[in-house]
Write a protein that binds this ligand. Structure first.
Ligand SMILES: Cc1cc2nc3c(=O)[nH]c(=O)nc-3n(C[C@H](O)[C@H](O)[C@H](O)COP(=O)(O)OP(=O)(O)OC[C@H]3O[C@@H](n4cnc5c(N)ncnc54)[C@H](O)[C@@H]3O)c2cc1C
Length: 450
């Protein structure tokens, strides 16, 4: 046996960071980052936000393992970067309300979920222009408005921006004295008395506990490679509608005082709008002010082209003529099945015409003389709010937690959003991280984490 860790964390994104916060000290910990670039990633296939943020960071997009999707030109990818998709994300850091789907299988009480969120936030720096829990005020009709609550840095590096999760991982690895392994996990392998991971550098590492934090697409691929009897793995993506609007600006500019440039917190997520029913968001929308966006993001979105020489440029002219608004409702969940050696199949793709909540929102905008120029759906697996991984074998379909418990006992536990059967309409990552922290803490205390 090459190496034996108490805990081996596979992955180095937000879920891994939260797991490292939850793990007790004095353990022998290994972290496999997965940050190995993959030459098969073509620039043109990469989502504009990921491509342009990676260019601004002077790096190749942190993606690997392309997943072809039947009927789609662009593949999806697993993540391959320390910091994970956190290197490119929208930075909205949201705690769920008690009526929303916080991970009830991981926490006995809502207060325990809140405590886990507080522990994560203590390691972070948040921009909370509207108060610690995103106080909301009258917006459009009964859609309450708030400034997005953003993760803008870490406690040690408050200006880390998009590199906050990477900074957090680096600090936590040092604090634990953990071994950092720059490789990808090829497959889980059973060994006498435990489990290990076969890595892309040719080594195999063993551990008493393996925590899967490889992001839902990374986790799905790892499952297929590890269990040859699986015929497919399914997962869900809570992806938004994209509305292109004109005239919404006069309704949404009022909440966040526009920070004077060059503020580190100036962000093109300028406003969220939300409708609650019985304490849970049934619609969550984010409006973007293109004036604060990268020039390359606008070019890549409109023309499909970006230019590395312009990587650090913001929009050089006021661009309020059009306001993109992303809208999540309960209906916007796509289900995709990754099939062994075949293109992935889209099992369910939402239809804007069938979404009553979307129609209600558009009517409210039009009543305020906001024009909705275009409504489009997000292509499969381009929404990045992945969750709900299930395995499909001859014996039937199982949730990931059941699959791992059946095959690996308590030696392998998934801590990323793959194990969340349901997420809310609001951004899920802080909630997924709270679940990861709780599961890792349970393992540290000698429990199963599952
Ligand atoms: C453009 C964009 C905007 C977003 N906006 C928001 C937002 O505003 N708010 C929000 O809550 N969420 C947002 N998200 C989603 C958020 O980024 C993800 O929910 C979050 O990053 C998931 O964390 P994770 O750790 O589970 O997975 P990932 O971030 O995907 O990280 C996975 C990690 O596992 C590693 N890995 C993968 N495969 C392997 C392997 N085989 N072996 C070893 N390691 C591996 C990768 O290198 C990476 O370190 C956004 C995402 C994108 C792309």
């Amino acid at each position: 046996m090459a190496d034996l860790f108490d805990v081996l964390v596979l992955g180095a994104g937000p879920a891994a960071a939260a797991a490292l916060i939850g793990l007790g000290r004095g353990r022998r910990i290994g972290v496999v980052t997965g940050a190995v670039s993959d030459a098969r990633v073509h620039r043109a296939d990469v989502h504009p936000k990921i491509r342009t943020e990676a260019e601004a960071q002077g790096e190749a997009p942190g993606l690997a393992d392309p997943i072809a999707i039947a009927g789609e030109k662009r593949p999806a990818f697993a993540t391959a970067a320390t910091g994970g998709l956190g290197n490119y994300w929208g930075q909205q850091f949201v705690r769920y309300a008690e009526a929303e789907p916080w991970p009830r299988e991981a926490f006995a009480r809502y207060q325990d979920y809140q405590d886990a969120c507080a522990r994560i936030e203590a390691a972070c720096r948040l921009d909370e222009a509207n108060g610690p829990h995103g106080a909301r005020e009258a917006g459009i009709s009964d859609y309450l408005a708030a400034s997005p609550r953003l993760l803008v840095g870490t406690k040690e590096d408050p200006r880390a921006g998009l590199l906050a999760i990477r900074a957090l991982i680096t600090r936590l690895v040092a604090a634990h004295g953990a071994t950092l392994i720059t490789a990808r996990a090829e497959a889980l392998v059973a060994a006498e008395g435990g489990w290990g991971a076969r890595l892309s550098d040719g080594s195999t590492v063993f551990a008493r506990h393996i925590l899967l934090a490889t992001g839902a697409l990374g986790t799905a691929g790892l499952l297929l490679r590890s269990f040859p009897d699986l015929r497919a793995v399914r997962l869900r993506d809570h992806a938004p509608w994209m509305l292109y609007t004109r005239g919404i600006g006069r309704h949404i500019r009022t909440v966040r005082p526009r920070p004077a440039p060059p503020s580190p917190t100036r962000h093109f997520n300028v406003q969220s709008l939300q409708r609650d029913v019985d304490g849970a968001a049934v619609l969550f929308a984010t409006a973007y002010n293109l004036r604060y966006a990268r020039l390359n993001l606008v070019l890549a979105t409109l023309l499909g082209r970006s230019f590395p020489a312009l990587a650090s440029w913001r929009m050089p002219w006021p661009a309020d003529w059009i306001t993109p608004v992303q809208v999540w409702t309960a209906a916007t969940v796509t289900t995709v099945e990754l099939r062994r050696d075949q293109p992935a199949a889209v099992l369910h793709l939402p239809d804007p015409a069938q979404d009553g909540e979307l129609a209600r929102f558009i009517a409210a905008l039009r009543a305020r003389r906001v024009r909705v120029l275009k409504t489009s759906a997000t292509p499969p697996l381009q929404g990045f709010h992945y969750h709900g991984v299930e395995s499909a074998a001859a014996g039937g379909v199982q949730t990931l937690a059941h699959h791992l418990a059946d095959r690996c006992g308590d030696a392998v536990c998934c801590v990323d959003a793959s194990v969340l059967a349901r997420i809310g309409c609001r951004p899920p990552t802080e909630t997924a991280m709270a679940g990861a922290l709780r599961r890792a803490a349970a393992i540290s205390r000698g429990g199963s984490g599952g």
